[in-house]
Design a protein around this ligand. Sequence first.
Ligand code: NI
Length: 229
Amino acid sequence: MLLHVPDILGPDQLQQMRAALDAADWTDGRETVGAQGAQVKRNQQLPDASPLREQLGQQVLAALDRSPLYFAAALPLRTLPPRFNRYTGGGEYGFHVDGSVMALDRPGQARSHVRSDLSCTLFLSEPDEYDGGELIISDTYGEHEVKLPAGDLILYPSSSLHKVVPVTRGARLASFFWVQSMIRDDTRRSLLLEMDTAIQTLTRTGGDPAAVLQLTGVYHNLLRGWAEV
Ligand code: NI
């Protein structure tokens, strides 16, 4: 499932984040990838240990918490700390697949691991601020081109091949992160989102309360049967 979640960040929060990122110290994005990724990755990132990355990452996580659509679609169990990247001057990231299991090191806690079920990109630059920079996601339906307004997020299966095409004018800023979902299987997760969406619509439009209750029960019993927590 490829899902566009609009308005994760409001204009004020976006403006503050942009001001902080414009003044930030960026490093080579190849520091956080394996050998295959390093061959095709040409961008900049905020260092993982940077206090600014930590601070802005917390803001992104808090914004995700306020989005019912994001929660319904991702059914998140564990989320890697959001990172921030910048593509400029021809920067690109060729076709690659994201790592499947990632280490999560938090101060004072034992190392844990996160399985990447979902990849997320939160766009922080407006589409007219740069040329190129489309995120291309390749799946069994073909290639999808994604370039969203600042503040909007795309969520897609981490199993898909994807790339960012060269940015030939301006700068493309984004936050990106991975999610381990309570529902590992993409098809099951999509079904739950569709059912949740239908239940919300029936509730809003005054559907038969007994039927809504029954469907809500089915939703939760499917979730109970499928969830890994
Ligand atoms: Ni990737």
